[in-house]
Design a protein around this ligand. Sequence first.
Ligand code: H79
Length: 441
Amino acid sequence: MKLLFNSLIFLLLFFQLNAQEKSATSLIKTPKSVLDDFMDQRFGMFIHWGPVTLRGTEIGWSRGLGVPTEEYDNLYKQFNPLLFSADAWVKTAKDAGMKYLTITAKHHDGFCLWPTKFSDYNIMSSPYKKDILGELAKACKKYGIKFCVYFTVLDWHDPNYPIHISGAKADPNANMDKFVMTMKNQLEEIITQYDPYMLWFDGNWESPWTPEHAVDVYSFIKKLNPNVIINNRLKSISTNVAAGNDHSILSPTAIGDYATPEQKIGTLNMKDPWETCMTICEQWAWKPNDNMKSLKQCLQTLIKTAGGNGNLLFNVGPQANGQIEERQVKRLKEMGDWLKIYGESIYGTKGGPFVPNETYAATRKAKKLFIHVFERKSATLSLPVLPGIKVNKAYFLKGAKITYTQDTNGSVTLQLPEQLPNADASVIVLELNTNAGDIPV
Ligand code: H79
């Protein structure tokens, strides 16, 4: 009897899993060519902004913590960023060598930076009354930057979303069907009015949001535009927590295109697309006197990300007056200056074949292997074996020749000059007798 019961349970589970697999394969996939193009961009600007910048606390977790809920929810009445200039922000991204830009259209607090018809809690209710998304989309077009939109699932403001304060119990009067309808209406507005290249979802970890909701929203977006790229934070079809909520890896049942390690560099992965999101300071939204990363840290973050075959979405939090802090603009420009000289080793390359480490990170393209050296630890740099591959030439990118030896098993040793040509990251080119992309990882 027990055996029969167990078999029945097994069969039920089997059919349920099968149904889940089926819905995974029946989703409209983003074309591979679109994703390949996305991964060639390598460097984008993340922007976290909203009324909370008036307090200088974190957008994702200061409501009811650093700022009393009542006060937080009324900040929009004073939000008047008169010095906002979409042109200035996008030019900052362009000068940094960034190729795309992702703006928080709606963060967890529910405030919308565009004049949506489906919620009054939007920029038109603030004294500012200008369409932030519209102006940014237009400026992005002008500068040739791809315009992307961050949109979180959870919503502390909409009464139809059941959890009104982080960690609180679900409200029985909420209505997820109505909430998802609003969400789809807003996404339709965003897609039809601003034509985003990519949608960056977040906040999918609370229990009211299910894989079924995610499939519904994903399919809705893809019917409007099958080419919109979608990150892996809508949900995974599997309800398995480990597979569904670890954003840093791409679950085989993910409803989305790429993995999103947060505040950490992803690991080398030649198979699944990924994008690390990381802050230039420590907070996502603006914080007065926040600790800013040094140029060396910024460049190493970008280079180790590219070396792991990923993209970097580097975050700035503009101030409540509408300006990005001058010191951040300057730091980003310094990154752009480096990229102007060495960008050939970043854009359109693949990561690997070596795992990035504290001394160097490698990228590759055609017959070139680029070794980015962060530090001169000794007079020579020995690289892991390149099996059956011959190095024909070695030199600093835009610089002098390098003396090297290669032994019979393919191991290369480079002679480093006493002073590396670039104090933050020097790029060594190894010209190979074969395509660098064929080297196994
Ligand atoms: O938009 C940015 C964040 O606001 C958002 N994702 C990025 C892209 C995000 N929202 N929530 N989380 C990330 C995870 C929150 C983790 C927390 Fe905590 C654990 C919040 C409170 C406890 C870590 C520890 C942060 C504060 C204390």
